[in-house]
Design a protein around this ligand. Structure first.
Ligand SMILES: [Zn+2]
Ligand SMILES: [Zn+2]
Length: 148
């Protein structure tokens, strides 16, 4: 997993330009938010958090911005369960751990680049995902103290 580099408006604009996406205000803010927080948010969560800095923002424009960024390959949609979509701006192959108590999704540094499965002869794999579910350290601690 790559080290965190400081995320500035300039670096985000640079990244949008590289992907040939016009750097509009909402695109810059949404991508910057996703890169900085790495919290795998839902559309609603992005909307609520960005409303403070972009008071004119609408849920629809967040939705449209996120789909533009996904089509450009800058953001990866994650569907972990049901119809709930989460978004990730870290697009290299990596795994995810979802805490079933607090709902947080953590990046995990799993080497899944060589993962194969039987019966895939003739198939081309474009992306790999590894999902794990359980309790994060904080929630595991709470569960333990509740028991004793
Ligand atoms: Zn948790
Ligand atoms: Zn991730």
């Amino acid at each position: 997993m790559s080290d965190r580099i400081p995320i500035t408006n300039e670096s985000v604009i640079e990244e949008l330009r590289r992907a040939e996406v016009r750097p509009s205000t909402s695109r810059i803010h949404v991508l910057k938010y996703l890169l900085a927080e790495r919290n795998h948010p839902t559309i609603d969560q992005i909307y609520r958090d960005l409303l403070e800095i972009l008071p004119g923002l609408s849920r629809t424009s967040v939705y449209n911005t996120v789909s533009t960024l996904s089509h450009a390959g800058l953001v990866r949609p994650l569907s972990l369960e049901g119809s709930e979509m989460r978004y990730d701006a870290f697009t290299e192959d990596h795994g995810h751990f979802k805490c079933e108590a607090c709902g947080k999704i953590f990046d995990i540094d799993a080497d899944i680049s060589g993962a194969t499965a039987k019966g895939l002869d003739g198939f081309t794999v474009n992306r790999r995902d590894l999902f794990l579910w359980g309790l994060c350290p904080d929630c595991a601690k709470h569960a333990k103290t509740k028991q004793s």
